[in-house]
Design a binder for this molecule. Structure first.
Ligand SMILES: *[C@@H]1O[C@H](CO)[C@@H](O)[C@H](O)[C@H]1NC(C)=O
Ligand SMILES: *[C@@H]1O[C@H](CO)[C@@H](O)[C@H](O)[C@H]1NC(C)=O
Ligand SMILES: *[C@@H]1O[C@H](CO)[C@@H](O)[C@H](O)[C@H]1NC(C)=O
Ligand SMILES: *[C@@H]1O[C@H](CO)[C@@H](O)[C@H](O)[C@H]1NC(C)=O
Ligand SMILES: *[C@@H]1O[C@H](CO)[C@@H](O)[C@H](O)[C@H]1NC(C)=O
Ligand SMILES: *[C@@H]1O[C@H](CO)[C@@H](O)[C@H](O)[C@H]1NC(C)=O
Length: 235
């Protein structure tokens, strides 16, 4: 049976849009901590996308679908990211970068134990600002952040939210040089000041969203974090 996310609208506001640093995509292998990289393209404007049944694809000028593109559908609730079998995942990442700004999505997360819905900012040197929703947890969503990919920093926080898999919710991340905020349905769920211990995210980042089966990971720790093994026979 299928697991799916609905995204009805998504917007992205680059506050400091003229910044473009010497970096390119991590997937392309250029990490600016260790190399001199090409310049990042900045968004440089406000973008607001609404997905409807009439949409046919994610605009390829804005979105690079790096996994599962054929499994993105459009319906009354917007874009549907559908996975149905072990090993499947869908990832879309922006072709542009922002360094500080606001990103917002109206999203209904996927249901199902072990299925993870994600809405993240990720830079080429692995600064990361995350929103992650476990399909099996109907009363909490997780925020997290990393600097320079240092996973020894434990920054995950769980926020109570009723039924993220049942309906659309507004997840907004406001990222400035001074602080990082997650705002859920208009309520500030978390504020991380620059001075928080650890490497604060402060490099140009792509917006990424998708769905994956954390419960199918070969790593027991990841399966436990995801809320358990995926049972693909359940809808
Ligand atoms: C899309 O992602 C792939 C895989 O990471 C990469 O090779 C390609 O250059 C990207 N394309 C664009 C337009 O960013
Ligand atoms: C940078 O290079 C060093 C030395 O080769 C390596 O240990 C480190 O993992 C690299 N860092 C990143 C973020 O790629
Ligand atoms: C983006 O468009 C949607 C749908 O029209 C609207 O609800 C939302 O308020 C807009 N967001 C911004 C930031 O303009
Ligand atoms: C949901 O997440 C909260 C916070 O981590 C945890 O206490 C709870 O046990 C989780 N519930 C399920 C069903 O996994
Ligand atoms: C990674 O974070 C841990 C915990 O904050 C810290 O002790 C360690 O020094 C950091 N490592 C690097 C390479 O910054
Ligand atoms: C989502 O929440 C943000 C932050 O509270 C707010 O600015 C925005 O208008 C909301 N968007 C929608 C579509 O409700």
């Amino acid at each position: 049976m299928s697991r799916f996310i609905h995204l009805s609208s998504l917007s992205c506001i680059a506050l400091m849009s003229t910044y473009a640093f010497g970096q390119t995509s991590y997937a392309g292998g250029c990490n600016p901590l260790n190399s001199t990289c090409p310049i990042d393209p900045a968004l440089g404007t406000t973008l607001n996308q609404t997905f409807t049944a009439a949409s046919t694809q994610l605009n390829p000028n804005l979105w690079n679908v790096t996994a599962g593109g054929e499994a993105i559908q459009f319906g009354a609730n917007g874009a549907e990211l559908v996975i149905s079998n072990p090993g499947e995942s869908i990832t879309a990442e922006s072709t542009f970068y922002i360094q500080f700004g606001q990103v917002e999505v109206m999203m209904q997360a996927a249901a199902g134990q072990g299925i993870i819905s994600t809405f993240d900012l990720l830079s080429d040197d692995l600064d990361e600002i995350d929103l992650e929703i476990m399909g099996g947890n109907t009363s909490f969503v997780e925020s997290n952040w990393y600097g320079w990919g240092n996973t020894s920093q434990f920054n995950a926080v769980y926020h109570p939210l009723n039924g993220p898999q049942e309906s659309l919710h507004n997840y907004t991340i406001v990222w400035t040089k001074d602080q990082l905020q997650w705002i859920i349905d208009g309520n500030v769920a978390r504020t991380v000041p620059y001075a928080e211990p650890g490497q604060y995210p402060q490099t140009p980042s792509k917006l990424k969203f998708g769905i994956w089966a954390g419960g199918d990971s070969p790593q027991p720790g990841t399966v436990a974090w995801a809320g358990g093994k995926v049972d693909w026979t359940k809808g």
